[in-house]
Ligand binder design. Structure first.
Ligand code: GRF
Length: 232
C-alpha cells in the first residue's frame, strides 16, 4: 500500500509542522509520510525540525511558482499542508491539488481572516474587537487568503487581562490538534464529508458559552459542536 505523501510548507518556527510530523510518526495520521518540507524563508527553525527527522527540506522563493510546481510533481506529492506559510499558493498548484491543500489560521474564520491578518496582528484584532471567543481554523486553500472551505474549528476563550502574546500562545496550542484532525481526514479521504459538515471543537467548561456561538452557527444552518475529549 503506497503511503499518502505530504508536503508541508512553512515560513517560521514550525510548531504546526512538528505536530503533523509527530501525528504521522505515532499513527494518528495513518498510512502517511511527510515527504517534503518547503520553506519560503531560509534559516527558520522549521527547517531544523525537518532535518531532525531526516525529512527532505528546501527553501523555495515565494515568487518561484514554477520551481514549487515542479518540486511537488517530482516528489509525487498527494497532499499539501500550509503550516504557517505566509504566502499565497500559485493558481496552477491550487488547480492541480484542488481540495488537497489545508491551511491553519489562528482565528475562527470567517472572522479575523484575509490579507494582513497573520501572526500577532490577528490576536490584537481579536482583543480590539472585544469578542469572548477565538480559536483556530483548518480550511482548504483557494486563490484568496483564508476564504477556502472550513473543515475544523477549535474554540478558546478570550480571558480578561489577556495580551495578544498570551492569546497567541493559547490559540497555538489548539492549532496543532485542529490541523492534525484536518490532515488526518485528508489522508483518510474524508475531506468532502468535512466540507459538508465542518466540525467545531470546544472544551467542556466553555461549552455553555460557546453554545451561543453554536446557536449562531445553527441559525446559519451549519453543524453543531462536538465535545473536545482530546481524541484525534
Ligand atoms: C501559526 O499561528 C499559524 O496559524 C500562523 O503562523 C503561525 C505559525 O506557527 N499562520 P508555527 O510556525 O507553526 O509555529
Amino acid at each position: 500500500m503506497s503511503l499518502f505523501k505530504l508536503a508541508v510548507l512553512i515560513s517560521g518556527s514550525g510548531s504546526n509542522l512538528q505536530a503533523v510530523i509527530d501525528a504521522v510518526a505515532d499513527g494518528t495520521i495513518p498510512d502517511a509520510k511527510v515527504e517534503l518540507v518547503i520553506s519560503s524563508r531560509d534559516g527558520v527553525y522549521g527547517l531544523e525540525r525537518a532535518d531532525n527527522h531526516g525529512i527532505t527540506s528546501m527553501v523555495i522563493n515565494r515568487n518561484d511558482s514554477a520551481k514549487l510546481s515542479k518540486t511537488l510533481e517530482d516528489h509525487k506529492i498527494d497532499g499539501i499542508v500550509l503550516a504557517g506559510y505566509l504566502s499565497i499558493i500559485p493558481p496552477k498548484v491550487i488547480k492541480t491539488y484542488k481540495s488537497k491543500i489545508i491551511n491553519i489560521h489562528p482565528a475562527l474564520l470567517p472572522m479575523f481572516g484575509g490579507k494582513g491578518f497573520y501572526g500577532i496582528r490577528v490576536h490584537q484584532a481579536v482583543l480590539t474587537a472585544g469578542v469572548n471567543y477565538t480559536g483556530a481554523t483548518a480550511h482548504l486553500a483557494d486563490n484568496e487568503y483564508d476564504t477556502g472551505d472550513v473543515l475544523v474549528r477549535s474554540v478558546v476563550p478570550v480571558l480578561s487581562g489577556d495580551t495578544a502574546e498570551v492569546l497567541q500562545k493559547r490559540v497555538l496550542e489548539v492549532e496543532h490538534r485542529t490541523l492534525v484532525r484536518a490532515v488526518k481526514a485528508l489522508a483518510e479521504n474524508r475531506i468532502d464529508e468535512l466540507v459538508k459538515n465542518p466540525v467545531t471543537f470546544v472544551s467542556e467548561e466553555d461549552r455553555e458559552g460557546v453554545n451561543a456561538f453554536a446557536q449562531g452557527m445553527i441559525n446559519l444552518g451549519k453543524a453543531l459542536t462536538e465535545t473536545d475529549n482530546g481524541d484525534l
